[in-house]
Design a protein around this ligand. Structure first.
Ligand code: PGA
Length: 252
């Protein structure tokens, strides 16, 4: 199987540039040269130069947490794909539930951002996930299905080679309440099946599907052992180099 495991940290709005240098130096010391998975840290935009400096010449990759869908223009506060590329960023998180919840991100803007990221040579980590109310109403698969179909509308099969899908149940993010291995596997398998329907089995077999939501040093090994979970998007535990490294080392 060609599928690549990817452990990505999402620092959210944490760490100044100086703190980034310190924490990433620890991350690099502990994780440079790991071969079982790709190691990515998605840092705040202001921290990108510091992160690129510290990870230069190592196998640790730097990601951003958002990207605008236009090339340039009157979009105060936004950052373009070209700016990220030129800064040395390789990955970008798109459609995180916090952006959907607090910053008006929709399936449509997720689609636009994904297309723009891919067109500019960035790898897109596209987040999907149901809320607790949606899970209780038993519409998880419908919700995820709509998010996936809309996120990748107009995206070619070739471009999907640079897409990672992160399944992050909203109720599990930052709550300490992890999905069970079976709950996570069931949805990740559903996502892969949907990608097979949309793009064929080759694309589906190759695409990395991560789980995210309170993944930590204790539960990572069991989650990552599931057939359809090819990595993790890690929030809280990516702010501690010991915990994050245990997760990286949980990939077999
Ligand atoms: P968490 O965050 O690991 O702190 O739950 C995951 C995420 O939001 O990507």
């Amino acid at each position: 199987m060609a599928r690549k495991y990817i452990i990505a940290g999402n620092w959210k709005m944490n760490k100044t540039p100086a703190e980034t240098k310190a924490l990433l130096s620890e991350m690099v010391a502990k994780n440079n040269g790991k071969t079982a998975c790709e190691v990515v840290l998605c840092v705040p935009a202001i921290d990108i130069p510091a992160a690129i400096e510290v990870t230069a010449g190592t196998t640790v990759k730097v990601g951003a947490q958002n990207v605008h869908f236009k090339d340039s223009g009157a979009y105060t506060g936004e950052i373009s794909a070209q700016m990220l590329r030129e800064s040395g960023v390789e990955y970008v998180i798109i459609g995180h539930s916090e952006r959907r919840q607090y910053f008006g991100e929709t399936d449509e803007t997720v689609n636009l951002r994904t297309a723009q990221a891919l067109a500019n040579g960035l790898k897109a980590i596209v987040c999907v996930g149901e809320t607790l109310a949606e899970r209780k109403d038993d519409i998880t698969f419908e919700v995820i299905g709509i998010q996936i179909k809309r996120a990748f509308k107009g995206i070619s099969a070739e471009a999907m080679a640079n897409v990672v899908i992160a399944y992050e149940p909203v109720w599990a993010i930052g709550t300490g309440e992890t999905a069970t291995n079976e709950q996570a596997e069931e949805v990740c398998m559903f996502i892969r099946g949907l990608i097979a329907e949309l793009y064929g089995t080759d694309v589906a077999n190759d695409i990395t599907v991560q789980y995210g939501g309170s993944m930590n040093a204790k539960n990572a090994a069991d989650l990552l052992a599931m057939d359809n979970i090819d990595g993790g998007l890690i929030g809280g535990a990516s702010l501690k180099s010991e915990d994050f490294t245990v997760i990286v080392d949980s990939v077999k």
